[in-house]
Ligand binder design. Structure first.
Ligand code: CTP
Ligand code: CA
Length: 223
């Protein structure tokens, strides 16, 4: 099986994939998180592997296990994810499927925060996390193809196009994650592939199928 896989169209290519949520600590026992399952990121890593790529899979604490046959770098926070991604460069392509926390708590408490009768409730102060996709899109070792995701709950295409321009990536895979779609955490995805060439609307498909189509497009692009 290995011989067959390493002969695919992505043979000899190194591709980075980020996946899952990040966890941002509040104190030693609490954190801020989001609902990303890591399913789409794991499926993309597996599909790229199946086309023969060497895959570095940088994952936050996802409920979906990483696929076999990829190099797994497990991280917790956005800052750790950025460091792991930079350490994995150079790469021929990078796919940023992680749901990175936009904010972290400004000063993590060194000890568990305790209730105190009559005391005022705690107020968390936040600060912005580094934007991994934007950083890598403008990096000295920028991969030839940089693919971002855009999770939106309204005006999906316009928001995603603005995001592509702002972040400086080549493609954006945009999806509507509003609760009514059931996308977030579900087994299917309905995405729009946004590139220089315009907007492609893909049908609602199982996440592994979205991953295979994206991997095929990446292979075409890197050929
Ligand atoms: N991303 C990232 N680092 C961050 C935030 C986002 O690498 N700190 C990446 C995601 O992995 C995704 C893309 O940027 O590929 C877009 O993420 P998204 O959350 O949709 O966009 P934001 O720029 O964070 O904007 P907002 O959440 O306000 O819509
Ligand atoms: Ca965000």
């Amino acid at each position: 099986i290995d011989a067959a896989l390493s002969d695919g169209p992505l043979k000899g290519k190194h591709i980075l994939v980020t996946s899952g949520p990040t966890h941002e600590p509040i104190d030693p026992v609490r954190y801020i998180a989001n609902r990303s399952s890591g399913q789409q990121g794991s499926a993309i890593a597996a599909a790229l592997r199946d086309l023969g790529a060497r895959v570095t899979f940088v994952t936050g604490p996802a409920t979906t296990p990483p696929p076999p046959g990829v190099t797994v770098v497990a991280v917790e926070t956005a800052r750790e994810m950025l460091a792991a991604v930079e350490a994995a460069l150079p790469a021929d392509a990078a796919v940023f499927a992680a749901a990175v926390a936009d904010w972290r708590v400004k000063s993590e408490a060194g000890q568990k925060m305790k209730k105190q009768a009559g005391a005022p409730l705690p107020v968390l102060e936040f600060t912005e996390n580094p934007d991994i996709l934007a950083t890598i899109s403008r990096h000295a070792q920028r991969p030839a193809l940089v693919v971002g995701f855009a999770a939106e709950t309204e005006t999906v295409i316009a928001h995603a196009q603005a995001k592509r321009a702002r972040k400086g990536c080549d493609w954006i895979v945009a999806n509507d994650v509003s609760p009514a779609t059931g996308i977030m955490g579900g087994g299917e995805n309905a995405v729009h592939l946004i590139s220089d060439g315009g907007v492609e609307d893909w049908p609602r498909l199982p996440k592994p199928e979205v991953a295979r189509r994206l991997a095929d497009r990446i292979a075409q692009e890197l050929a």
